[in-house]
Design a protein around this ligand. Structure first.
Ligand SMILES: [Fe+2]
Length: 347
C-alpha cells in the first residue's frame, strides 16, 4: 500500500502527505448536546456514533455531557497498524473538558500532539482540563504564529471586554509545549496542518476581535506590518486547519473556526497536499456576524463546487449556512454534537 500521496511541491506545499487507513473524530466540546435521541448512522465512508451516557451509569446516568461556546475534537487515526492521537483545540472551560473526558471514558495517556487553531478563548480556554494530575506529559502543540499569544479584546459591548491572553508558560505547565509553525506541517506522520491560510477567494477575514502586540506576545516576532502597532484588527494570519488524507476517500479538513474562510481553508488543504478530493469538512465556519447572510449563502454555493461527500457544521457556523446547506445538499450535511464520534474509513 502506498504510505504517502505525493503532493504539490509548489509554493509552500508539502512534498507528500500521509495516507491514513481510518480516522475517528470524537467531539469533546461543542456548543450543543442532543441527549439520547439521535440515531447512529452508517454511510459510505462515514459512521456516526452518538455517545450520551457515562461508562458506568449508561444513557440515563446522573451526570451529563456539557456543552459550551467552544470547540475541542480528539482525532485518532491509524496507518499501517500504528495509531496517532491528535487533539484539535481545547474548548472554553477546563470544567467542561474534565467532565466530558470522564463521561466519554477517554484515555489521553497516548496523546501524540495537539493543534491550536487560533488564539481565541473559546478554543484555548480549556487547556488546563486535559492533564489535571502530576506528572504531566510534554505534548507538542502546533500553533500558527506568535500572534496566537497576543492579548485580544472582543468587539462586543461597550467597552469591549478583554478576551485575555494565552500564557505559554501556563500551557507548558499544563502539558503542552508550543511550536510556532506558520508553514504546513506533517504531524506525527499521519495528519497535516495547512499553515497560514491565504485570503485567496471571496472570503474576507471578518473577525470580531482585535489584538494587542506586545501584550502576551513578542512584538518582534510578529509580522513587521503589525509589530509597531498597539492594537489592530485581527486578521487570522496565524489560524490553522488540521487535515487528514484518508485512504480511498480523500481529505478530511477540520476547519475549527474558519476566520480566514472555510472555503479558503479547504483550498489551502488541497493546495498543500496536492489532493483535490475532499471527503469531509468539519468544524466551525463562522458564518455569523460580522459575516453576512449573503456570505453564508455564497459559501454554500462554493461548497457545491468543491463537492465534499460530507459537511459537518459545528460551533460558530450559524443557522443561515446550515439551513441553506440543508436545502441545497441535505444528503451531505451531518449534525454533530458533544459526544458524537465520526469514523471515516473506506469499509
Ligand atoms: Fe470559535
Amino acid at each position: 500500500m502506498a504510505a504517502f500521496a505525493i503532493g504539490s511541491a509548489t509554493g509552500r506545499g508539502l512534498t507528500a502527505v500521509p495516507v491514513v487507513d481510518t480516522l475517528t473524530l470524537q467531539v469533546l466540546v461543542d456548543n450543543a448536546t442532543f441527549g439520547p435521541f439521535l440515531p447512529d448512522l452508517v454511510l459510505p465512508g462515514l459512521s456516526v456514533k452518538r455517545h450520551t451516557g457515562d461508562p458506568v451509569g449508561g444513557v440515563m446516568s446522573r451526570t451529563a455531557l456539557h456543552a459550551e461556546f467552544g470547540l475541542s475534537i480528539l482525532a485518532t487515526s491509524r496507518r499501517d497498524g500504528s495509531t496517532a492521537q491528535v487533539l484539535v483545540d481545547f474548548g472554553y472551560s477546563p470544567e467542561a473538558v474534565r467532565n466530558n473526558l470522564a463521561m466519554l471514558g477517554i484515555d489521553l495517556s497516548g496523546l501524540d500532539a495537539a493543534v491550536l487553531s487560533h488564539g481565541h478563548l473559546d478554543h484555548y480556554g480549556g487547556f488546563r482540563g486535559f492533564f489535571p494530575d502530576e506528572p504531566r506529559p510534554q505534548v507538542p502543540l502546533y500553533v500558527g504564529g506568535e500572534e496566537v499569544f497576543c492579548e485580544r479584546i472582543a468587539l462586543i459591548g461597550d467597552p469591549p471586554p478583554i478576551m485575555g491572553t494565552l500564557d505559554r508558560a501556563a500551557l507548558a505547565k499544563a502539558g503542552f509545549m508550543a511550536r510556532i509553525s506558520p508553514e504546513p506541517q506533517i504531524i506525527k506522520q499521519q495528519a497535516f496542518s495547512t499553515g497560514v491560510i491565504p485570503l485567496a477567494g471571496f472570503e474576507r477575514a471578518a473577525i470580531p476581535t482585535q489584538m494587542r502586540p506586545g501584550r502576551g506576545c513578542d512584538r518582534n516576532a510578529l509580522n513587521p506590518s503589525k509589530r509597531h502597532l498597539d492594537q489592530l484588527p485581527d486578521d487570522g494570519e496565524h489560524e490553522l486547519a488540521t487535515c487528514y488524507n484518508v485512504k480511498n476517500l480523500g481529505l478530511v479538513v477540520i476547519a475549527s473556526c474558519s476566520h480566514r474562510g472555510v472555503i479558503n481553508s479547504v483550498r489551502q488543504a488541497q493546495k498543500v497536499s496536492g489532493i483535490d478530493k475532499v471527503h469531509a469538512v468539519v468544524g466551525g465556519f463562522h458564518l455569523v456576524r460580522p459575516r453576512t447572510e449573503d456570505e453564508a449563502r455564497r459559501t454554500v454555493a462554493e461548497f457545491a463546487t468543491i463537492d465534499p461527500t460530507y459537511i459537518v457544521p459545528m460551533h460558530c457556523t450559524g443557522d443561515v449556512f446550515i439551513q441553506e446547506a440543508m436545502r441545497v445538499m441535505p444528503q451531505k450535511i451531518i449534525r454533530p454534537y458533544v459526544g458524537t464520534e465520526l469514523q471515516f474509513a473506506d469499509w
